[in-house]
Design a protein around this ligand. Structure first.
Ligand code: FES
Length: 252
């Protein structure tokens, strides 16, 4: 039977923490990430330090379009994350308190249509933002490769490994896992098939792929958080280099 928020107050979530910890931590983390992103958009005009490029500024806006540099990039991953099924759950719980946890009934507003009408119907565009996010991911992989190619005095370049190279590689790997564990991708590779034996292509390959993506999908919430923090951390690291607060570390 459904309980009110008050009656489950004091009970524990699956992780063992009080049920209200997760929604409030979500508000704090997403709120701070949102404020940081806005600060970048309006007050920072570069994310480049030597061969390191912040994920917030990739691809660079040298395509003749004049917008704020971070805004040129940020709308795509932000819309991708804002419409992510996992974040939607967290946002409904943390920001709207509707419902705040499992077993708590939804509020009974007169005009509430869930995600079937305005204002939340747009979140169904998630699969299209997934395609756009893949394009951004390609640029981020190019940046990660460039992070291993260092300029040399007198011209030319050489392969090398710096702390920033590793940070950027880990970041793009986590973002890749976040994208490939997406519910929309799982649906694309097999979730939409009624029967694998009748699916297009090789049924065995499709089944194996769907199985693999399903396993990743179980960890989608984890990938959502670690990839968000890695994007944040990567930008902070590069920004500290830009400001001269720290010096680049090069292993070879
Ligand atoms: S469901 Fe989270 S990125 Fe698609």
């Amino acid at each position: 039977m459904a309980q009110s928020a008050e009656t489950i107050h004091g009970s524990k979530s699956k992780s063992g923490a009080a049920w209200w910890v997760e929604p409030y931590l979500t508000v704090l983390a997403l709120g701070l990430f949102g404020v940081y992103s806005l600060w970048l958009v309006f007050f920072q005009h570069t994310g480049q330090f030597q061969n390191y490029l912040s994920p917030f500024f990739s691809p660079t806006e040298d395509w003749g379009i004049k917008v704020l540099p971070a805004l040129w990039v940020l709308w795509a991953p932000l819309l991708f994350r804002a419409t992510c099924y996992y974040y939607r759950k967290e946002i409904y719980r943390g920001f709207f308190h509707d419902p705040m946890a499992c077993g708590v009934p939804e509020s009974r507003r007169k005009f509430y249509f869930g995600e079937t009408r305005f204002p939340f119907i747009w979140t169904n565009l998630h699969r299209w933002f997934w395609y756009i996010a893949l394009v951004v991911l390609v640029f981020l992989w190019i940046d990660a490769v460039k992070a291993f190619i260092f300029p040399v005095a007198g011209g030319g370049s050489t392969f090398g490994v710096g702390l920033g190279s590793l940070i950027m590689l880990v970041n793009v790997s986590l973002l890749t896992m976040y994208s490939l564990s997406c519910h929309a991708f799982r649906h694309l590779v097999g979730g939409g098939s009624q029967k694998f034996s009748c699916a297009d292509g090789s049924p065995t390959t499709r089944y194996k792929l769907w199985n693999t993506v399903s396993r990743w999908n179980e960890k989608h919430g984890l990938f959502a958080w670690v990839s968000m923090f890695s994007v944040w951390f990567t930008d902070v690291y590069i920004r500290l280099l830009i400001y001269g607060v720290i010096h680049p570390v090069r292993f070879f």
